[in-house]
Write a protein that binds this ligand. Structure first.
Ligand SMILES: Cc1cc2nc3c(=O)[nH]c(=O)nc-3n(C[C@H](O)[C@H](O)[C@H](O)COP(=O)(O)OP(=O)(O)OC[C@H]3O[C@@H](n4cnc5c(N)ncnc54)[C@H](O)[C@@H]3O)c2cc1C
Length: 118
């Protein structure tokens, strides 16, 4: 574990010292500790479990891809955001992503539920 109590992982998100144990999301030492990154790490884990099963090369986690990314919802019709590298996001991008319905529709979809709220 690192000083913050997170599991140290390698570039494939395997817990250091273990070939077949993975740690994804906030519990691992890989930046950034963000919800979107946790979801992407879940998808990478599935790919790597399948790759391992099929004796193919594992895919690396790219910890740079979200560096500096942040989106804040400011009520239902306003939001502010920053892209990887620091470029500001337009309203057209930020509002649908984080404001509007506070991502309820996205979580409905992830859970396989019919979206009858929005
Ligand atoms: C105040 C706050 C604001 C944030 N804002 C943002 C944001 O705007 N954008 C963004 O991208 N990220 C944000 N984050 C970060 C985001 O919430 C996390 O990165 C994300 O939730 C990590 O997902 P996870 O699945 O790894 O962990 P979690 O979402 O924490 O899920 C872990 C789950 O495991 C459960 N659990 C814990 N211990 C046990 C146990 N022993 N047995 C069974 N279950 C257990 C917990 O109850 C929890 O449900 C924010 C975090 C905080 C605290």
């Amino acid at each position: 574990m690192d000083d913050a109590g997170r599991l140290q992982v390698d570039k494939y998100l395997r817990v250091e010292g273990h070939d077949n144990i993975y740690a994804i999301g906030d519990c691992n030492s890989m930046a950034p500790q963000l919800a979107y990154a946790a979801g992407e790490q879940g998808q990478l884990l599935v790919k790597n479990l399948l790759a391992r099963e099929n004796k193919q090369d594992l895919v690396e986690w790219d910890s740079q891809q979200y560096e500096g990314t942040m989106i804040m919802g400011l009520g239902p019709s306003q939001a502010a955001g920053q892209m990887p590298g620091g470029e500001l996001m337009s309203d057209e991008m930020a509002v649908p992503f984080k404001a509007h319905d506070l991502m309820v529709a996205r979580f409905h979809e992830l859970a396989g539920l019919e979206n009858n709220v929005f």
